[in-house]
Design a binder for this molecule. Structure first.
Ligand SMILES: Nc1ncnc2c1ncn2[C@@H]1O[C@H](COP(=O)(O)OP(=O)(O)OP(=O)(O)O)[C@@H](O)[C@H]1O
Ligand SMILES: [Mg+2]
Length: 188
């Protein structure tokens, strides 16, 4: 998990890892077997507005998954006629949910997610969290949400005071060690 106040550089670090920005005085090396899936802070905005929910997933699903598209959509609470809705009419949370399904169907072994749980209701967060828990690869997760990180993060990178500090503990351990109840407190 990457945690820390607004503006401390979490998204910038991720953009550096993704080589979206130039790096001064350092370097990034990606392991040659790493296949990266990336969920940017505004990822939902990248969907094709004129495609339907079904088409969005149908376009990228390959192999055995193709027979499971409706089940997968159902597991993420897109049911019945809803799957014929166009992306442009979806709510913010529905778009995020759809973008997440898309990402999880990609054959990647490193997922980098920048605030994927923003503006999601509890039920949607739980569904996405379960899917991430089942993910076999490495997960880098930026979040301000302690409950979302609980059970997902095994290591915490604390961004603050122009430094990044690595903590070899989960979010609960990190907060105990910091004598805090929630991430809100390191964000003061
Ligand atoms: N292209 C840019 N030019 C100038 N400043 C930038 C640029 N991109 C980011 N910054 C600044 O760098 C700092 C770090 O931004 P970043 O988006 O990485 O923060 P963050 O930790 O992801 O915050 P948040 O929790 O709000 O998402 C901010 O002060 C931001 O304004
Ligand atoms: Mg950010």
């Amino acid at each position: 998990a990457f945690v820390g106040k607004n503006g401390e550089g979490k998204s910038t670090m991720i953009k550096a890892i993704m080589k979206e920005i130039e790096i001064n005085g350092g370097s990034v090396e990606i392991g040659h077997n790493a296949q990266i899936g990336y969920f940017a802070q505004n990822q939902a905005a990248q969907l094709d507005e004129n495609a339907t929910i079904f088409e969005t997933i149908d376009r990228i699903a390959v192999g055995d998954v193709r027979t499971q598209i409706k089940n997968i959509l159902g597991a993420f609470m897109f049911q019945g006629d809803d799957i014929q809705k166009k992306v442009k009419v979806l709510s913010g949370g529905e778009k995020t949910r759809l973008a997440m399904i898309k990402l999880l169907l990609e054959p990647v072994n490193l997922l980098i997610l920048d605030e994927p749980s923003n503006h999601l209701d509890m039920k949607t967060k739980d569904i996405i969290k379960d899917a991430l828990r089942d993910f076999d690869g490495t997960l880098i997760l930026v979040s301000h949400d302690r409950d979302f990180l609980d059970g997902l993060a095994e290591k915490v990178f604390e961004f603050g005071n122009k430094r990044v500090k690595e903590h070899f503990e989960d979010i609960k351990g990190f907060l105990v060690h910091k004598k805090m109840d929630s991430l809100k407190e390191i964000e003061k």
